[in-house]
Design a protein around this ligand. Structure first.
Ligand SMILES: [Zn+2]
Length: 379
């Protein structure tokens, strides 16, 4: 059996993500591509070899490579503050589910079906992304283990990240699930701030905030063309398990929506509530609103792009180490692709072409350079 260097396998994996091929078999299909062979400096490994090597890969090495990209970009001043702070976003994500195939890293749950209860196997992970105005960097991922919840996996991820990226971010944005005492206390103990959606109306702090907002006149503001009424109260103590001083910001927003069916604009309203330990001296109400909304932009443009555009959720090999290694490789590919577009492609060209244009151009180049395609192109 031919042996391949890990660097060859990793280079082939990066090319697979850049060209958005979506599977190891699709990579094997283009193994005669001259461009690809030149890039990996070898024969392109088979799908089987790729899976086998990724299942034995040193994930710490992949994390080091991610850190190296971060350090270079930081040195080159490519990572700027977002809404006045250095910001990261945490997001939990289920990658796939199956009734049949499972591995030792699979979580399981019982699904009640018409034919009785069935065990479903699945994987979940938590991802951390750095956010700057021009660039988003995926820096680490942590699988959720059996018997723990998402916040447990996130805390393990953060412990590692705070050791390797101690000054990369001041504020973490996260969804309502992270409005939990262990999470907020952990960040407070490490001198970091969190900003999370507050949704749980059963919490005392939620009810206290609603009562106190009634006593405030509210502050008129604007966010992306929306008329807003903001309420901002600090020093909540109605959550005894939380050691950090808490602040709650509410934004009531109204905006016009054009309805195609009636050809008329109608006024819609929406309301947001965010919980944070960021003091008013460091972030104004407007900044909190910007950061709170950024959480959703990132969901739309960061994680969704990774899953839908980069096929990061595909199970390239059903093995816990391989799943983690393929995810980290997708992060490397994503970061290098976006850093290259942002820093190396002239703005005139960058702003007139979508990201998927460049991905498709690369894909067509790879297919066009295979020996099979050369055969049908020959006169
Ligand atoms: Zn599994």
């Amino acid at each position: 059996m031919p042996r391949f260097k890990t660097s060859v396998v990793l280079s082939a994996g990066l090319a697979m993500f850049w060209a958005r091929l979506g599977s190891l078999n699709a990579l094997e299909n283009v193994s005669t591509c001259r461009l690809l062979k030149k890039w990996v400096r070898s024969r392109v490994p088979s799908a089987d070899t790729m899976g086998r090597v990724f299942a034995a890969m040193d994930t710490a090495g992949l994390r080091k490579a991610l850190h190296h990209i971060y350090s270079r970009l930081k040195r080159n001043k490519a990572l700027l503050k977002f809404a006045g702070s250095t910001v990261a976003v945490l997001d939990g994500h289920e990658t796939h589910a199956s009734y049949r195939r499972h591995c030792q890293g699979c979580l399981q749950r019982t699904i009640h079906t018409q034919d009785g209860d069935r065990i479903q196997y699945y994987h979940r992970n938590v991802t951390l992304m750095l956010v700057s105005p021009k660039l988003r960097l995926l820096i680490d991922v942590e699988p959720q283990r059996k018997g723990e919840d998402e916040v447990g996996a996130a805390l393990r991820l953060l412990k590692r990240v705070l050791r390797t990226y101690p000054r990369a971010f001041q504020v973490i944005l996260a969804d309502a699930l992270y409005a939990s005492a262990p999470f907020i206390n952990f960040l407070w103990a490490h001198r970091k701030y969190c900003l999370v959606v507050l949704k749980d109306a059963r919490r005392d702090i939620y009810q206290d905030a609603l009562a106190l907002f009634k006593l405030q006149p509210g502050q008129i503001g604007r966010y992306r063309g929306r008329n807003c009424l903001w309420f901002d109260i600090s020093d909540f103590t109605s959550w005894p398990q939380v050691i950090a001083p808490l602040r709650i910001v509410r934004s009531q927003e109204s905006y016009l929506v054009y309805r195609q069916a009636t050809k008329q604009s109608v006024r819609e309203t929406t309301e947001w509530l965010w919980l944070t330990n960021l003091p008013a001296s460091l972030a104004s109400t407007e900044r909190i609103v910007q950061l709170g909304h950024a959480r959703w932009d990132i969901e739309n443009y960061g994680f969704n792009e990774l899953v839908n555009g980069w096929h990061a959720d595909h199970v390239y090999r059903h093995d816990p180490t391989a799943i983690e290694a393929f995810y980290l490789t997708a992060f490397l590919a994503f970061n290098l692709f976006h850093a290259f577009l942002t820093l190396n492609v002239k703005p005139a060209l960058r702003y007139t072409k979508t990201d998927s244009f460049w991905a498709r151009a690369l894909t067509s180049e790879i297919y066009g350079e295979t020996s099979e395609y050369a055969l049908i192109r020959a006169p």
